[in-house]
Ligand binder design. Sequence first.
Ligand code: ZN
Length: 222
Amino acid sequence: MTDSALVVFSGGQDSTTCLYWAIDRFGDGNVSCVTFDYGQRHRVELQCARSIAEFASVPQVELPIDTFAALGGDSLTDPGIDVAAQSDGEAGLPNTFVPGRNLIFLTFAAALAYQRGVGNIVTGVAETDYSGYPDCREQTLQKLQRTLQLGMESDVRIHAPLMHLSKKQTVELARDLGAMPAMAMTHTCYNGLRPPCGSCAACELRAKGFTEAGVHDPLLDL
Ligand code: ZN
């Protein structure tokens, strides 16, 4: 295992911040990223991820996972479910929750990291400010890391640099890491719009973070 890192990269605000965090932490040339095509309705996400990876000169692997769309039941993959109809899922979770998604992503990322001798995985999940997704909790990641280490006989580590940051702090971190030019190329909107719709939960959360940090969101200049 080398001291290099694989970033789970969606092309969104948080994973873009993580991409720059990883470059800063592990060094230019020691970072690669993996983007999952899980049947997301908003294909613009994949295009954003490709553009940002190229812009940041980070090698990217795109992996298909068809199963989530086949399972259905969430508004990110199922066009029959309205993203605006919040909190209609199990345990009051919003319908944007894709059960098992982060667990599967991190497991495939660990498998790819194993094959390539990469010792670190970086993910943009966070406990704070979010919709309460249980697979974004620190405890979930700690247990999954242990399971992956045991299951792959490796010492792979999962890093979640945004875990305890508010959206405001995440914006400040992105600014300090020089990630703002790439932020203009990110995608956040649950309605798949660029420029963003400004009124969905994801857009509102993003706007709140930038406003509180006193930083202009370059995405709004599109
Ligand atoms: Zn939106």
